[in-house]
Design a protein around this ligand. Sequence first.
Ligand SMILES: C[S@@+](CC[C@H](N)C(=O)[O-])C[C@H]1O[C@@H](n2cnc3c(N)ncnc32)[C@H](O)[C@@H]1O
Length: 244
Amino acid sequence: MKYWLSTIYSVDEYIYIRFHGTNIVSYLFEMSNYSKVSYKDFWEEKYLTNYTPWDIGEVAPAFIKYFTKEQNQEKKHINVAVLGCGRGHDAFYIANHKKSSIVYGFDFSYNAIRFCNKKKNEINSESNTYFHQVDFFELVNEKKWSTFFDLVIEHTSLCAIEPKRRGEYVNLIKYLLKPKGLLIGLFFMRPKELSGPPYGSTPDEIRTLLQEGFTEIEKLHIEECLHKNKLEGDEYFGVFERMS
Ligand SMILES: C[S@@+](CC[C@H](N)C(=O)[O-])C[C@H]1O[C@@H](n2cnc3c(N)ncnc32)[C@H](O)[C@@H]1O
């Protein structure tokens, strides 16, 4: 261990580890530019301990409303990305509703993805869903995802990342979407100064973030919320089209 540390870290860092305990993960958080929410261990622990207050156990009503309205539209094949898919409730709903779609769920929690794959096998292993355990910020490093998606679904992921990474998150969505592709979002709105996660936002901030490269085609508006009493009035739905 001593040898391993001395080969990887500088003397100062080695002394720091020696005198601040052996929790290297905490040490790395402190030394990194990012806070704990940027690391999968933070989220993994939530799934492992079953402390997932954001999980309503079913698809958000806002998505049912949106996709039901879409029912009569052309049934062409589309690719859908669900970023931070968690246990996959939104992904499974969309895949089932739009049978001609292929829905890709991305999450860096092993247990969340394991839950999704187990459910997928219970429903139908041939289903049109794929789940990837990955840090979604890394998707920009894979050429195959560039302009691959017709739809990107955002639901309590923007509020789960560090606010300073929001620009990076928007760039990721731009990378993933085809021209004219849609970002369909259910955004958590609360003043940013509230500590997180969830880190709240405001409609103005979302519009500013998306002003370059997107057109707001369904205006942000308050949507029905299943977290009654707790988040009522804090969830806004909106649709943004990627400019060509
Ligand atoms: C608040 S939860 C929302 C989950 C899901 N959208 C839902 O509504 O149930 C945020 C999710 O995003 C995932 N997540 C956060 N940052 C991530 C990242 N950089 N890459 C991949 N997944 C991430 C977490 O593991 C967690 O499952």
